[in-house]
Design a protein around this ligand. Structure first.
Ligand code: IZC
Ligand code: ZN
Length: 412
């Protein structure tokens, strides 16, 4: 929307992700000043077609809300393709973790300046946008010392200001033990709580706080204590839970009133029940399962039947999911976990919005929300998922403005 004041998008297949409407709406969307001001079924009234209105006729194209990627480790240095030989030789994620893994990324991240981290993360954010992602959650956790953690969160915040995509910051100092606190979990937790988090909170650098609750990383008791204190400081909670071992991370997330529990490949039946009851969103990361060459995906269908809210994300990070493409995660959600196309679309829109507390402003095509809208080259949700491995997003509108087209960013 460059010259005209109003944009109207018309399509026979609008997936609004808004329960008020049928699964696919045959109608039109009106956009003014970056917001959605009307959504209607039926023909576009002639009176709406005036000179100051741009009409985008996407009649046969599936139209979607902008995708929300609610779990990424966007800001980091380096890459880890050197781990590929180890993976192919059969080494597990935790075996690689013991000899480098996260720590090698910590070293690479500490070595970069703010500008270098920004440039790298911005290139990733551009790529995400071309695949349809208009809102991204970004976790810290590759600095682990105070200075680098804050630098990474500052980069995420600067991207939120300067890039068309919205970036939501999460502090994840509790990602691994830094070399300064080798074998001193207690000391490191204390350091985060007293030295790092008060400043992050005071400067509003992160809304959420996340912890890698996993065997060999942070155990349940440590996680419970830490989460309680983070909550007392005013952070909203997230947890990397039951990724590899069924530790009871989902149960803990539910007990603590966390907004989301993430990964959940090894979730127990009890954990599923507790998430359904607490309303904690399950953020599933099937591209990670694929990349870890693991033998089981998170039991998405079981969670959906139990009434758990399910969201999907890329988990974009250099060690277990080096892809910015949320459509990859959507493919694995279908072919790995058996999710249906409409469930997948809800999981990357409205449920993803809920998992980062943005359901009031994004995640569906509803009046009053940001005009984050995707035009695709397919006719239906089924075609979008079925034809996997290619980018189906033709145009990305962010706040009502064209931000990416045919795989390239084009925002001003
Ligand atoms: O760098 O390995 N699982 N954190 C938790 C990761 C994967 C990222 C990494
Ligand atoms: Zn993660």
């Amino acid at each position: 929307m460059k010259d005209k004041d109003k944009l109207v998008i018309r399509s026979k297949a609008i997936f609004t992700a808004d329960k008020k409407f049928p699964a696919l709406l045959d109608g039109y969307i009106v956009v003014e000043d970056g917001k959605i001001t009307d959504v209607k079924d039926g023909e576009l009234p002639q009176v709406l077609i005036t000179q100051d209105i741009e009409v985008l006729d996407a009649v046969n194209d599936l139209v979607l809300p902008g995708f929300i990627d609610p779990h990424t480790h966007l800001v980091h240095g380096g890459s880890r393709e050197l781990e590929l030989d180890m993976k192919l030789a059969g080494k597990s994620y935790m075996e690689i973790h013991e000899i480098g893994g996260i720590r090698s990324t910590v070293q690479a991240t500490r070595n970069l300046t703010e500008q270098e981290l920004y440039d790298k993360a911005r290139a990733s954010l551009d790529r995400m946008l071309t695949f349809g992602t208009t809102t991204v959650e970004a976790k810290s956790g590759y600095g682990l010392d105070k200075e680098t953690e804050i630098r990474c969160l500052e980069v995420a915040q600067r991207l939120d200001r300067e890039h068309p995509a919205d970036v939501v910051g999460t502090y994840m100092g509790a990602h691994a033990l830094p070399p300064e606190f080798e074998n001193d979990t207690k000391g490191y937790i204390e350091f985060m709580l007293t030295e790092v988090m008060p400043e992050i909170k005071e400067r509003g650098l992160a809304e959420f706080c996340d912890i890698f609750c996993e065997e060999g990383i942070f155990d349940i008791e440590t996680s419970r204590n830490y989460m309680q204190k983070a909550k007392d400081m005013g952070f909203l909670l997230k947890a990397h839970a039951d990724e590899i071992v069924p530790l009871g991370g989902a149960e803990l997330a539910a007990e603590m009133g966390a907004i989301s529990a993430e990964h959940l490949m090894a979730i127990s039946d009890e954990g599923i029940e507790m998430l359904a009851k607490s309303g904690t969103v399950a953020v599933l990361l099937p591209a990670t399962t694929f990349f870890l060459m693991a033998d089981r995906y998170a039991p998405a269908k079981k969670m959906l039947s139990a009434g758990v809210k399910v969201a999907l994300a890329t988990d974009y990070n250099p060690g277990s999911s080096p892809t910015e493409n949320i459509q990859t995660a959507m493919s694995h959600a279908c072919f790995g976990m058996g999710m249906r196309p409409e469930e997948i679309l809800s999981a990357v829109t409205i449920n993803a919005a809920k998992s980062i507390k943005r359901e009031g402003v994004a995640g569906s095509i509803s009046v009053g929300k940001k005009a984050d809208i995707l035009i695709t080259d397919v006719k239906s949700p089924a075609e979008l998922i079925y034809r996997f491995g290619v980018n189906h997003i033709v145009e990305v509108y962010k706040n009502g403005r064209l931000a990416a087209r045919q795989g390239r960013v084009c925002y001003e």
